[in-house]
Design a protein around this ligand. Sequence first.
Ligand SMILES: N#Cc1ccccc1-c1cc(NCCCN2CCCCC2)c2ccccc2n1
Length: 196
Amino acid sequence: MAGSSTKSVLFVCLGNICRSPIAEAVFRKMATDAGVVDTWRIDSAATSTYEIGNPPDYRGQACMKKHNVPMRHVARQWVIDSGATSDWNTGSSPDARGLACLRKHNIETDHRARQVTKDDFMGFEYILCMDESNLSDLKRKANSVKNSKAKVELLGAYDPQKQLIIRDPYYGSDADFEMVYEQCVRCCKAFLEANS
Ligand SMILES: N#Cc1ccccc1-c1cc(NCCCN2CCCCC2)c2ccccc2n1
């Protein structure tokens, strides 16, 4: 891990195209505005393989644009297993259609789909997820990593309004993405303050 003053947070949801990229973008903007972004390692990932290599959901991107929050991420799978998961995407570049979409929205990304490493558990102090199924997935996977140091928590645990669960908006509306955004703003603000 980098210098001791460096903190690290991995935001996690099911597909890493809706909730966790929004949380990552919101937190990065807050840390930037607070002048501390260089002391943070910030990333997001998925518990599933559903969307590896894909750009953030267009509804989430629209929501971020509306709120003037820059966004750059391409989904990567985060699965811890003793066995090897597929190496199909290792080192490959994102899907051309996703890159075209990102270029259209002037969103630069250098993200490469990458196979999960056990370092993820040791590389992040905080792994903050969105709902109970993410949490149980992560806790189960943490048990398969010998010396995992990450604190695995619900991002919603930081919400001053006590909305513990940030619900999956995948089958939802723009209003559901707006709700995800508002919850991420409240939680990321409180999380940053708790770590400043
Ligand atoms: N699953 C579920 C689920 C249940 C309730 C609410 C939302 C979802 C849901 C569904 C998604 N993709 C459709 C199904 C994917 N296929 C599922 C079977 C294996 C092959 C892949 C999502 C994709 C990205 C981010 C969030 C998603 N969330």
